[in-house]
Design a protein. Sequence first.
Length: 56
Amino acid sequence: MEHTPPNETLVRLEGAAKSYTMGKIVVPALKPTTFSVLQGDLLVVLGPSGSGKTTL
């Protein structure tokens, strides 16, 4: 197993977005989102049903 230096970015998401089309209607599933996860961070994805957690 490799050693990861403290505060190293392990995951970076930049401008991720997703929308679905239902007929002529565009439904945003995930609005543009940017974040980083650093070593030692605890990440929780929390939100109501339909807020884009699974899509993320």
